[in-house]
Design a protein around this ligand. Structure first.
Ligand SMILES: [Zn+2]
Length: 184
């Protein structure tokens, strides 16, 4: 175990959680922000993160590339409701169930924070939207939730973080993109 990797990975996790927490407070889900990604400190997730620490690319991605799967990710997605993969179930009618509001908003905070941590000073408001549109796994995200995410990222791009990431605005968007369509 390299000490540099140990502290590097620990710092990345802490920094990510701090960014998510700040966004979650603005978004009106402070408790989710506090609890966000705590399983990353569990041995299964933490030591794999140290082993494949890189600083620029997610260690989970590197581990998957080398081994075909990542035990840290399987552990993580099974416990963290802010990932659409948690809800994915091939034997339900929808296969991609609708994520409840607080977890969908936690996902917004998570993806925005991740784009900030990985891009550092070169972060700009188009990055999250571009990253979302390039995703090749969108078919596994519920279509209404996809719409909600895209509207949020587009608004970040046009109106900035402050106008977008707040309780009132996110509730409105979720209502419009998810709830109203679902019960019509
Ligand atoms: Zn997570």
């Amino acid at each position: 175990m390299k000490l540099k990797n140990f502290f590097g990975h620990l710092h990345t996790v802490n920094k990510h959680r701090w960014y998510v927490f700040k966004l979650s407070v603005r978004a009106g889900i402070p408790v989710r922000g506090l609890l966000h990604d705590l399983s990353k400190y569990s041995p299964t997730e933490f030591w794999e993160g140290v082993k494949y620490f890189d600083g620029k690319v997610s260690p989970i991605k590197i581990c998957k590339r080398e081994n075909g799967y990542s035990k840290a990710w399987l552990h993580h997605k099974g416990r963290n409701k802010h990932h659409f993969e948690y809800w994915l179930d091939l034997t339900t009618t929808d296969k991609t169930p609708i994520m409840p509001y607080k977890y969908a908003v936690e996902m917004v905070c998570d993806t925005l924070a991740a784009s900030m941590v990985y891009n550092g000073k070169s972060w700009n408001p188009t990055i999250a939207r571009e990253y979302f549109e390039k995703r090749t796994d969108k078919e596994y995200i519920n279509p209404y939730i996809q719409d909600f995410l895209l509207q949020v990222y587009r608004q970040v791009e046009s109106d900035g973080l402050k106008k977008t990431v707040n309780k009132k605005n996110l509730k409105n968007l979720y209502d419009k993109c998810v709830l109203q369509k679902n019960y019509k």
